[in-house]
Structures are given as C-alpha cells and as structure tokens.
Design a protein. Structure first.
Length: 195
C-alpha cells in the first residue's frame, strides 16, 4: 500500500509541476503581449507628437500661408501635405496595430485562466495525496510502536512467568530437600517393617 501511495504521490507531483510550467509559459506570453502593447502605445504617442509638431510648424510657417504661391512652392506644399497624410496613415496603422495587440493580450489572459484553474486543481490533489501519505506513515508508525510495545509486554510477561517458575521450582526443591532429610528415615522404616 505504501508503494502504491508513493507512486501516486510521484505522479501527482509531476502533474502539478507540468501544470505550473504551463501557467508560467502562459504568463510569459501574456507578459510579452502586454509589453508589445505598451511599446505600440509609446510608438503611437510619439507619432501623435510628431504629427502635432509638424501641424503646429505648418501653421507657424508664414511662407506657407501667403496667398501668392509660385508653382515651385506649390510642389513643396504638396509634398508637405503628402508627408502629413503619410504621418496620419502611420498613426492610423499604429492605432490599428495597438488594438490588435490588446486583443492578443486579452486572448492570452483568457487562455491562462483555465491553466491556472488546472494548476490549482493539481496542487490541491497533490496536497491531498501528501496528507494521505503522511497519515499512512503516521498510522504505520503507530502500528509499529504498538507491535513493539506488545512484543516488549510479551517478553516481560514471559520473563515474569519464567521467574515465577524458577521460584516455584526452587521452593519445591527446597521443600524436597527439607523433606528429603525425613524421607530416608521413612524409607528405612518401611524397609525394616518388611522384614
């Protein structure tokens, strides 16, 4: 029975360790997704700052606000407008990517929940098995102590019985010796009576 319990305990330990490793891997994936979200939010913030700075710079530049713009200046203005539109597109892409990363992070967190429940269940089973093994060991130790006490009691009883028998034997020998001094006379008397 003890070997069976030890095997079950070992299996439960391995299952608990495996579940713990799964939770750690899921937590690492969720942490990486959170870090990617944070990086993407930082990039988006930097892009917004750059876009706002270029917009403010465009408003502050008096040459771009003059009514009589030459065709040469018109092409540079178009380039600036396209640049601003590109920055806006990049900002839009960063926002879209941040939302996708947040969805991924939430999915990783949701995926981690059943793993945590499984780990908690495995840990509970392991603790129950450990308690069962401890109870079994305690019961076996008590049984061993009881047997040892019974053997000691039996030995003591046998010893006491042997001492009583020796005392009775000595007493009977002493009586026999005491009565043996009278016995030869009696036997002599009986011998004389026969003649």
């Amino acid at each position: 029975m003890a070997k069976v319990l030890q095997r079950i305990l070992r299996i439960r330990q391995l299952a608990e360790e495996q579940a713990r490793l799964e939770v750690e891997r899921a937590a690492q994936r969720a942490r990486q997704a959170s870090e990617a979200c944070a990086r993407q939010a930082t990039l988006e913030h930097e892009q917004r700052t750059t876009l706002a700075a270029s917009w403010i710079h465009g408003l502050d530049d008096p040459e771009s606000n003059q009514p009589g713009i030459s065709p040469a200046n018109h092409s540079s203005e178009t380039t600036e407008e396209h640049g601003w539109l590109m920055e806006e597109a990049v900002l839009e892409f960063f926002g879209w990517r941040r939302m996708r990363l947040e969805e991924l992070r939430e999915a990783e967190v949701r995926r981690m929940e059943p793993l945590i429940e499984d780990y908690t269940e495995r840990r509970r089973e392991l603790r129950q098995t450990e308690q069962l093994v401890e109870q079994r060991a305690s019961t076996e130790a008590m049984e061993k102590n009881r047997r040892a006490q019974a053997e000691t009691d039996e030995w003591f009883s046998q010893r006491t019985l042997m001492q009583r028998r020796r005392e009775l034997h000595r007493a009977s020998v002493s009586r026999a010796e005491a009565s043996s001094g009278e016995a030869p006379l009696k036997s002599n008397e009986s011998v004389l009576r026969q003649f």
